[in-house]
Design a protein around this ligand. Structure first.
Ligand SMILES: Nc1ncnc2c1ncn2[C@@H]1O[C@H](COP(=O)(O)OP(=O)(O)OP(=O)(O)O)[C@@H](O)[C@H]1O
Length: 233
């Protein structure tokens, strides 16, 4: 089966001597939830921006479902960036209508179902919502598209711990199982029970790419414990 994402020899240089990504190789099969994990500054957001065609590689190639990043791949990817810039004066229901207009693969009923599950009022204005609830709305907008690849850069940082599990399960219940989710986060303990695979990245290179089951059987520990061991300062 063709991988949904394939990066070969991928490098990104920001200044004359500093490489944020350095000959990174990664292939992801369809239909899995993948955690992209690494310490601050390891290159996670840089990789995500390259996949989303927000940056161009210095060297190497990226293929998304066999295609180079561009107009066609943007239809396949639903991307939640680190920072979003929604018009805060809009009501939740207006943002949903806006997304439905903009993206032909947006499923409005799914968005309303998730709003209801998370008890968010569609008539509320975004600026009246707490930071965590705004994050929930942003996640709902992203997960309501019928995409092949969902890329979520730190999706639940502002959400309170009690709501995280609920949100993660809401995501799982609403996404197509043939799709792939690539999720970058530092909240490993909170998400590791929904992950199929983890990719550890250090200084712009992949240092581990294993299923969560392999980690538990081969290393005899949780992803969170392994992360702390591998990246101990
Ligand atoms: N626009 C830029 N110009 C110069 N250097 C940059 C730029 N963006 C990122 N970097 C550097 O590239 C490296 C990788 O940054 P990146 O944001 O990809 O890391 P990250 O793994 O997402 O980090 P974090 O977990 O802190 O969000 C860091 O050293 C960062 O300072």
């Amino acid at each position: 089966m063709k991988p949904i994402l394939e990066c070969q020899g991928l490098s990104k240089r920001y200044s004359s001597s500093f490489y944020a990504l350095n000959n990174l190789n990664l292939a992801l099969e369809k239909g899995q939830i993948v955690g992209l994990l690494g310490p601050n500054g390891s290159g996670k957001t840089t990789l995500i921006k390259l996949i989303n065609d927000c940056l161009h590689p210095t060297q190497g190639t990226i293929l998304i479902d066999g295609m180079e990043p561009g107009v066609a791949t943007k239809k396949l990817i639903s991307y939640l960036p680190e920072r979003t810039c929604l018009d805060l004066s809009m009501k939740v229901k207006d943002v949903i209508a806006y997304y439905a207009d903009f993206y032909e693969n947006f499923v409005t009923e799914r968005a309303y179902q998730m709003l209801q599950d998370l008890e968010i009022n569609p008539n509320a204005r975004l600026k009246s919502l707490s930071k965590g609830t705004k994050e929930k709305v942003q996640l709902i907008l992203i997960m309501s598209r019928d995409a092949k690849l969902y890329i979520l850069d730190e999706p639940i940082g502002g959400v309170d711990p009690a709501a995280r599990d609920y949100i993660l399960h809401t995501i799982l219940n609403n996404y197509n199982e043939e799709a792939t989710i690539l999720l970058s986060t530092h909240l490993i303990q909170d998400i590791e029970n929904i992950l199929d695979r983890v990719v550890f990245i250090r200084q712009g290179q992949v240092v581990l790419n294993q299923t969560v089951d392999e980690i538990r059987t081969q290393h005899g520990k949780s992803v969170d414990s392994l992360f702390r061991e591998v990246f101990r300062c």
